[in-house]
Design a protein around this ligand. Structure first.
Ligand SMILES: Nc1nc2c(c(=O)[nH]1)N[C@H]1C(S)=C(S)[C@@H](COP(=O)(O)OP(=O)(O)OC[C@H]3O[C@@H](n4cnc5c(=O)[nH]c(N)nc54)[C@H](O)[C@@H]3O)O[C@H]1N2
Ligand SMILES: Nc1nc2c(c(=O)[nH]1)N[C@H]1C(S)=C(S)[C@@H](COP(=O)(O)OP(=O)(O)OC[C@H]3O[C@@H](n4cnc5c(=O)[nH]c(N)nc54)[C@H](O)[C@@H]3O)O[C@H]1N2
Ligand SMILES: [Mo]
Length: 798
């Protein structure tokens, strides 16, 4: 199979995000996937009350939706799911799994929807159809034969609240807390940092904050590709005069210019909206330094006002005089409050926070030259950002993977909170923290108990409701599951969606462990590499997708999910299921649970017959969060989850919001002077959803026909003696006795800071050592890995 175009091209893209390019791209994929005629009609119900919730990103679904509340990538995701292509038994009879191992990610999924439950047959090395009951019985028998500590039950962030609740309940009744999930590779740094800083496990922003804000700090998130509907909120804000201050490794087009494909005027006139008012290109991993610079400017300006004769505090703190105090006083005066007395919100800091003095001292102590070197920004840029921040009454902090997927991911998020707390930008309209989530229900899965941490699950409640003793031990998160698979501790893997083997770090090494699993069970819509590489006993169980009609004993069912802004929404599928053989995810989990556990107090069949009963059970388990769940299921705009931090109630140990001072500016591995080492960040193209590769175009970055590239700064290309367009190898520059190499990447000169480089995920995942993760959140450092670039080995088999 060849999948990449013969003549890949790379040239700068000069257009905006959105516009006609976006419309064209939707038409192309709709035709290619042979989407049934009803496709376009279906799209008009996307993200609407009583419609289906998009299977792409988790962005908010407004109460008053646009006539077409979808984007280019949402439309692509829909076309990908309702495609008329099929990976059916005829397809599997033609290909052994050893052969399919040679296929690309794109080519595997491009075969279309899985249609029948399949079991791997060792003699023919093929997946062959198997009746559902037989599959459940054998899986149940295998699981009963294992110690629950040896079993890992993974969840990818698409599964609904109903499915996720059933799945975690099954895992715990079986006796395992090994519930790794995609969130462990994604926003786990937020899940750890936000409770410590502000006592909330998720972001506190809601949609109306975008209508009331004066300024948005937009950090490390690629809105044009990853959450395009959020561009509408940004566009509306910009039109009201809101300042958008962007910090990003790259100049992402969606953060620069946008033509709203849903606005006839913009489409006809080509009039663009300029998104960012200030755009700061930081080094990857430079955000703590950059934000410290902003905080330092604010704190020292505030100090200068105090020192310049403000009788309120003059002489009390004996601060050493800043040498260029006069300049600082002038700067302070230009950004100070109306009474010219302060820059920080001292009342808020005093009443609501702890740890301010220690943080302020750390900010004062960092030297500007050090902050400049690490962040890649100049002192003037950091002061300019500070001035914009101080002149705004309500500031939002919006961020994504460029902050969380780091060795210091948790501390990155602490730093965002620190900046917000300096001027009381949490818990007031138009302010707040917005952690832009990835998968469409990844946030919700946590809310209903998908977690390896027993302290975060309502174990006593589950025990009381279902009469069993849940395991109290700490389960494995994603990287720990990888370790356990590599070292043979894990014997069985059950995947509720996703593509674990491609999404995790160190993928080449992982595959060896994966093959030694006793049992691999995958519940999926489409074929991927986690299915073709497999355990000794392997099942591939196809499920209905969210867009499809889910008919059960009591009629068509709805499911629900939680958006990035912590609102719950019902979702009703309408499309005809891809095959009559498919079961829904709840039905598959019930099937496995009954076969594994035998008789229990859980009415699995009644739940599958009527999902409203699962929602009642969720409400019984979490009465506050899910009050009147079924009644409120289709409320326009969703119904909100209680967020105490929004009300300035701080559910932390100190009872206050905490300033938490990062230990250092940059992770320790690279304190040595950089020579031939570059810092790699992995990226998504505009033509993929995670490991799902729709095609080989990254329009906004000017890449067509290939994904095997490495973006480099022109000066680095010259300094290291390479040429643009040259094919090179990339090797991990961390010493742990293993050589990790990805070969055959083409150098593309790009506007990226010196010393940094970037390449696509998942192709470069073999480079990431498992141990290269944030020690607290265990989130892999996918946005920062030291690497070396080299010419290919000239030997023929090199
Ligand atoms: N079309 C599409 N939509 C998606 C997805 C998809 O693959 N395709 N995936 C979904 C999922 S699961 C997720 S989690 C989200 C991911 O969405 P994002 O959070 O946008 O994640 P990425 O696309 O990986 O890139 C993050 C951005 O961080 C920047 N960056 C990298 N390193 C740094 C750094 O150290 N500092 C700063 N300031 N910036 C940095 C990159 O230039 C990039 O613009 O999107 C979701 N939506
Ligand atoms: N280097 C690097 N690695 C990364 C990242 C990165 O930025 N850089 N990002 C990380 C992030 S943020 C994430 S979230 C993970 C993503 O990791 P995963 O969530 O595990 O991966 P996906 O690619 O989203 O999973 C795609 C598969 O899900 C299945 N699927 C699709 N829809 C459904 C459905 O409705 N039901 C079921 N049961 N299955 C379905 C299909 O079979 C499809 O092949 O990857 C992580 N890995
Ligand atoms: Mo994600």
């Amino acid at each position: 199979m060849t999948s990449e175009a013969r003549s890949p091209s790379t040239k700068p893209y000069n257009g905006p995000v959105g516009g006609w390019g976006s419309a064209k791209s939707v038409v192309e994929i709709t035709l290619r996937e042979h989407v049934p005629f009803k496709g376009p009609k279906l799209l008009s119900t996307q993200n609407k009350p009583e419609g289906y919730m998009c299977v792409s990103c988790a962005w908010a679904k407004p109460a008053r939706p646009h006539p077409l509340e979808f984007c280019e990538n949402g439309a692509k995701a829909t076309a990908w799911e309702i495609t008329s292509r099929r990976a059916d038994p005829a397809f599997f009879s033609k290909h052994t799994l050893s052969e399919l191992e040679l296929w690309s990610d794109h080519d595997l999924e491009e075969q279309g929807r899985l249609t029948h439950p399949l079991r791997w047959d060792a003699t023919s090395d093929k997946y062959v159809p198997v009746p559902w009951t037989e599959a459940f019985n054998e899986i149940g028998q295998e699981l009963r034969g294992l110690d629950p500590h040896q079993v890992d039950l993974y969840t990818s962030g698409r599964a609904s609240l109903e499915t996720s609740y059933m799945y975690q309940l099954f895992a715990r009744m079986y006796g395992s807390n090994n519930l790794p999930d995609s969130s462990n590779m994604c926003h786990e740094s937020s899940s750890v940092a936000l409770p410590e800083s502000i006592g909330a496990s998720v972001g506190t922003a809601i949609l109306s904050d975008f209508e009331n804000t004066d300024c948005i700090f937009y950090i490390a998130q690629n809105v044009g590709t990853s959450s395009p509907r959020l561009l509408h909120d940004l566009q509306d804000a910009v039109n009201r005069g809101v300042k958008i201050v962007t910090l990003n490794l790259l100049r992402e087009r969606g953060l620069e210019r946008f033509v709203n494909p849903q606005s006839p005027v913009q489409m006809l006139t080509g009039k663009e909206t300029r998104i960012s008012s200030e755009y700061y290109q930081v080094n990857n991993g430079g955000d703590i330094a950059a934000l410290f610079g902003v905080c330092k400017a604010l704190i020292e300006a505030d100090d200068a006002l105090k020192a310049s004769g403000n009788s309120r505090v003059a002489g009390q703190d004996g601060e050493p005089k800043d040498p260029d105090n006069a300049a600082m006083v002038a700067f302070a005066a230009s950004i100070a409050s109306a009474d010219k007395k302060h820059v920080l919100d001292h009342d808020f800091i005093e009443q609501h926070t702890a740890g301010f003095e220690e943080f302020a001292q750390a900010a004062r102590a960092h030297r500007w030259d050090e902050l400049e070197r690490v962040s890649g920004l100049s002192r003037d840029q950091m002061m300019e950002a500070a001035a914009t921040y101080a002149r705004s009454d309500a500031v939002m902090m919006v961020y994504g993977m460029g902050l969380t997927q780091h060795l210091m991911g948790v501390q990155n998020v602490h730093m965002v909170c620190n900046l917000a707390l300096l001027r009381g930008n949490i818990g007031k309209p138009g302010a707040n923290i917005c952690a832009v989530r990835g998968h469409s229900n990844v946030q919700g899965q946590r809310t209903v108990g998908i977690t390896e941490k027993p302290g975060l699950a309502p174990l006593d409640k589950l025990s009381e409701l279902y009469g069993f003793e849940p395991p109290r031990w700490t389960g494995r998160s994603t990287v720990e599951t990888c370790e356990a698979i590599m070292n043979g501790q894990s014997r069985a893997f059950v995947g509720l969606g996703g593509n674990f083997l491609r999404a995790v770090p160190d993928t080449t090494a992982m595959e060896e462990g994966w093959r030694k699993l006793r049992l691999s069970v995958q519940i999926a819509t489409k074929l991927n590499r986690s299915h073709v590489v497999h355990g000794q006993v392997a099942y591939l169980l196809p499920c209905r997708g969210r867009i499809e009609l889910d008919e059960q004993a009591t009629g068509p069912q709805a499911v629900s999910m939680e958006s990035s802004i912590a609102h719950f929404h019902g979702s009703r599928g309408k499309a005809k299921p891809a095959s009559a053989e498919l079961l829904s995810e709840p039905a598959i989990i019930a099937g496995i649970a009954k076969a594994t556990l035998g008789e229990t107090k859980v009415p699995w069949d009644a739940w599958v017959g009527n999902y409203a009963e699962i929602r009642d059970a969720i409400e019984r388990t979490y009465p506050e969060t899910f009050k009147d769940f079924n009644k409120r299921l289709f409320r326009p705009g969703g119904f909100a989850r209680p967020l105490p931090a929004r009300e300035r109630k701080w559910v932390t140990q100190s009872g206050k919001a905490n300033f938490i001072t990062p230990e250092r500016l940059f992770p320790e591995f690279s304190t040595s002077v950089r020579t031939d080492v570059l810092h790699l960040a992995t990226l998504r193209s505009n033509d993929q959803f995670n490991t799902t590769i729709y095609g080989y175009s990254d329009r906004f970055r000017g890449i067509e026909g290939t994904r095997r590239i490495v973006f480099m700064n022109e000066k680095d290309i010259a300094r290291l003696g390479f040429a643009a367009g040259e094919t090179v190898d990339v090797t991990t520059a961390i010493d742990d006795n293993n050589v990790r190499k990805v070969t055959g990447l083409r150098i593309v000169p790009y506007n990226i800071p010196k010393g940094c480089c970037a390449a696509y995920y998942p192709e470069t995942n073999p480079l990431f050592p498992l141990a290269h993760h944030d020690p607290k959140s265990k989130t892999p450092s996918y946005k920062l890995l030291p690497v070396r670039i080299s010419r290919p080995n000239p030997t023929p088999d090199g």
